[in-house]
Write a protein that binds this ligand. Structure first.
Ligand code: UD1
Length: 372
């Protein structure tokens, strides 16, 4: 491309940092790349998640190129991690001067990079805007509120997002209902995921429930963790449980001396965290799912698999009103009761929300095409 053509391109940074960002940015990156005359997109990876299993596995499965910039921030306290991201991304912004920065979701990388960009007067688009759990004790809620407050383009996955933003006084002209971009990735890779041999590798032939757990409110204190593990112990008497474990949770189980308790549950299959195809396969084939993740509430709604969310709230209420999700209080008996309810055939039917259709990246690129 000659330099005149390059000058006409809109230079865009797509920020990724933690595992749930990768399946949101991959389809958008690919869609921008279809129009090289209009857009030049760069992938910036903060390095918030750095383990092979939390990052590279996903880049590989999602067929993403190596990031253009890798900031290597790693783990740390919220203050330290956020500060490191801001310090390092600012240098990239000064060098590159993009026309637009797109951040996704609610992780520390999201708010840190958004703050950097707006302070340099670079427009910011927030992918997955408007979601609210209304629980400010959750770090993600702070990241959502901060990022939405300073972004120029608020790209919402569902209409409850529009409603929340309007109630907070955001001008409607900034809000774009684009749909759920995670479903773009899911639809693109669903048939490959169906061929994953993860069940053979885990030697699972029978029915199972799938578990994930990583929220600080569930795993960072021994009491909460025990409430949940005691429920799993009981439920594993009725059905096999598969538990791909997040590094934070593994660390906390060790710290609280609960390793032996987990190992002693014969019907609980503990595995390392798995890649994107393997995890989709585990969801598709599960009898039901118990999780505290945000994205899994959405994916299970799409697949029509019953999901018990082990949290007092959700920023994704549409998965309850329309989908297969149900909130369960942090109480051993409540968790057991809800699981037994599903096992006895009492299954909540759901529908797929509007614009969870695989075309969200297209809708977003159309918005920016008008500006390019
Ligand atoms: C982060 C996000 C959370 C998201 C989750 C998905 C924030 C505030 N939280 O939580 O919203 O749902 O990612 O996974 O941004 N660790 C590793 N290897 C890694 C990454 C982390 O071992 O590649 C361990 C470290 O011990 C680290 C801990 O996990 O201290 C927590 O990692 P961190 O990125 O701070 O938060 P998550 O719990 O992963």
């Amino acid at each position: 491309m000659n330099s005149k053509a390059q000058n006409m391109q809109m230079k865009i940074h797509l920020i990724v940092g933690a595992r749930p960002n990768f399946m949101k940015m991959a389809p958008l990156y690919k869609e921008f790349c279809k129009y090289p005359e209009k857009f030049s997109a760069k992938l910036i990876h903060t390095g918030q998640h750095y383990d092979e299993r939390m990052s590279k596995f996903f880049f590989d499965d999602l067929q993403m190129p190596k990031p253009d910039e890798y900031l290597e921030v790693g783990s740390g306290t919220h203050g330290r991690q956020t500060a490191k991201i801001m310090e390092r991304y600012e240098v990239v912004l000064q060098k590159d001067k993009p026309d637009l920065v797109i951040v996704a979701g609610d992780v520390n990388s999201t708010s840190a990079c958004a703050i950097d960009a707006v302070k340099m007067h670079i427009p910011v688009a927030h992918l997955e805007a408007g979601l609210r759990s209304f629980a400010r004790t959750m770090p993600e809620e702070i990241n959502r509120i901060l990022t939405d407050a300073i972004s120029d383009y608020l790209l919402t996955p569902s209409l409850d997002g529009n409603k929340n933003l309007i109630e907070e006084g955001v001008p409607e002209a900034k809000i774009f209902f684009v749909g759920n971009i995670m479903i773009d990735s899911l639809l693109q890779y669903r048939s490959r995921a169906a061929k994953s041999d993860i069940l053979q590798r885990l030697k699972i032939k029978e029915e199972y429930a799938l578990i994930t757990l990583h929220r600080p409110s569930n795993v960072d204190n021994k009491k909460g963790l025990l409430i949940i593990l005691n429920a799993f112990e009981n439920i594993s008497g009725s059905i096999k449980l598969i538990f791909p474990i997040h590094p934070r949770t593994r660390k906390q189980i060790r710290k609280f001396g609960l390793d032996e308790k987990v190992k002693s549950m014969q019907n609980l299959i503990l595995s390392e965290s798995v890649g994107y195809y393997d995890f989709l396969k585990l969801q598709m084939e599960a009898k039901f799912i118990m999780t505290d993740s945000g994205g899994i509430q959405e994916e299970s709604t799409f697949f029509g698999i019953p999901c018990l969310t082990l949290r007092p709230n959700t920023e994704r209420p549409i998965t309850i009103s329309q989908g297969t999700n149900k909130l369960v209080k942090l109480n051993t008996q409540d968790i057991i009761k809800e699981a037994q309810n599903i096992l006895s055939g009492n299954i909540k039917a759901g529908t797929i929300p509007k614009y969870w259709d695989g075309k969200t990246a297209e809708r977003i690129v159309k918005i920016f095409s008008k500006k390019a």
